[in-house]
Design a protein around this ligand. Structure first.
Ligand code: NAD
Ligand code: ZN
Length: 341
């Protein structure tokens, strides 16, 4: 079958032929319809230090997708051939303390689809049936294809009560923008988003941010004054992985504020811990999505009218993957979709 794989230890991704994956007794076989390119795929494409230390030679990449169940192992219950699915990309062990307690997103033995095992940039994908998510009919394919990053946004945004609160989101990447849309949809008051990329700040305004701030041109504190915010943000969602952005967040949080950290800093990150202590801040790290409450909430949010369609700015046949990666690398995009059917 056709697939996109990391065939060389250098920047790039290559189309190749690989064996169709073998279906184990607890697995489903998914025929891929559409995939989206993730920031992680861009790290693998660019072959940064993390990718060099993580990605085995020849790995089939990709983990954001929608497809159709075409087969399943003998032990699988609850799925039928023809079911339309997306899937949770974190494969968990099932036997560690957290898995057995139902806190599966905290599994210490998590393995990543398209990172540690073959991914979805392929005609077929095999995952444990446990990880497959059956899609309600009223969720369009393009939206289903971005459920993985949407789930990062939903998990982070719904970590704290946002109703009537003032929310700061640092980083208007696809995940930050979707978090802004969620915050607005569930009833936050000010949803202020920061970035240094005007294209993405514009998209964030279309998606529900109430104020976009280019921190290379304008100070966040001035914007707060303008908005009449005298005390500070109640909730912070860090979605850039940029140390300066997190420091700016610590400066502008109100006392008793709550912060969820999703963005992955490049290395150790120094902060002024006195701000955390004397403001009495609560900080929560976020990894992936809750299985499967986040997935349930994603479907519900779309069904209750949250519209993610403006997030998908580019779509192309899979054969034009190089152009897709170029667009993602340029930063002049929301989500980019590759069509496999
Ligand atoms: P992205 O790289 O597309 O977005 C990051 C954004 O931050 C970019 O638009 C960039 O211009 C912006 N930025 C740069 N400097 C900034 C500054 N000083 N202030 C504010 N913004 C600034 O990434 P994404 O795909 O939207 O993901 C967001 C973050 O979450 C990344 O760090 C990614 O690695 C991380 N991530 C974490 C998880 C997890 O499970 N914890 C999962 C997926 C992604
Ligand atoms: Zn586990």
């Amino acid at each position: 079958m056709k697939a996109l794989a990391k065939l060389k230890a250098e920047p790039g991704i290559w189309q190749t032929e690989v064996e169709k994956p073998v279906v184990g007794p607890n697995d489903v076989l998914i025929r891929i319809k559409k995939t989206a390119i993730c920031g992680t795929d861009v790290h693998i494409y660019k072959w940064d230090e993390w990718a060099q230390n993580t990605i085995p030679h020849g790995m089939v990449v990709g983990h954001e997708y929608v497809g159709i169940v075409e087969g399943m192992g003998s032990e699988v219950r609850g799925f039928n051939v023809g079911d339309r699915v997306s899937g949770e990309g974190h494969i968990t062990c099932g036997y560690c303390r957290n898995c057995r307690a139902g806190r599966v997103h905290l599994c210490r033995n998590t393995i990543g689809v398209g990172v540690n095992r073959p991914g979805s940039f392929a005609e077929y994908l095999v995952i444990p049936a446990y990880n497959a998510f059956k899609l309600p009919d009223n969720i369009p394919d393009n939206i289903a294809a971005i459920f993985d990053p949407f789930g990062n946004a939903v998990h982070t945004a719904l970590s704290f009560d946002l109703v009537g609160e003032d929310v700061l989101i640092t980083g208007a990447g696809p995940i930050g923008i979707m978090a802004a849309a969620v915050a607005r949809h569930v009833g936050a008051r000010h949803v202020v988003i920061t970035d240094v990329n005007p294209y993405r700040l514009d998209l964030a305004m279309k998606m529900g941010a109430t104020r976009a701030v280019d921190v290379s041109k304008q100070s966040l504190k001035d914007v707060m004054k303008e908005l009449g915010m005298t005390e500070g943000f109640d909730v912070g969602l860090e979605m850039s992985g940029v140390p300066a952005a997190f420091r700016g967040m610590l400066d502008t949080m109100n006392h008793g504020g709550k912060i969820a950290l999703l963005g992955i800093p490049p290395s150790d990150m120094a902060i002024d811990w006195n701000k955390v202590i004397f403001k009495g801040l609560v900080i929560k790290g976020i990894y992936g999505r809750e299985m499967f409450e986040t997935w349930y909430k994603m479907a519900s949010l779309i069904q209750s009218g949250l519209d993610l369609t403006p997030m998908i700015t580019h779509e192309m046949p899979m054969a034009e993957f190089q152009q897709g990666f170029d667009i993602m690398c340029s930063g002049q995009s929301g989500k980019v979709i590759l069509n496999w059917s």
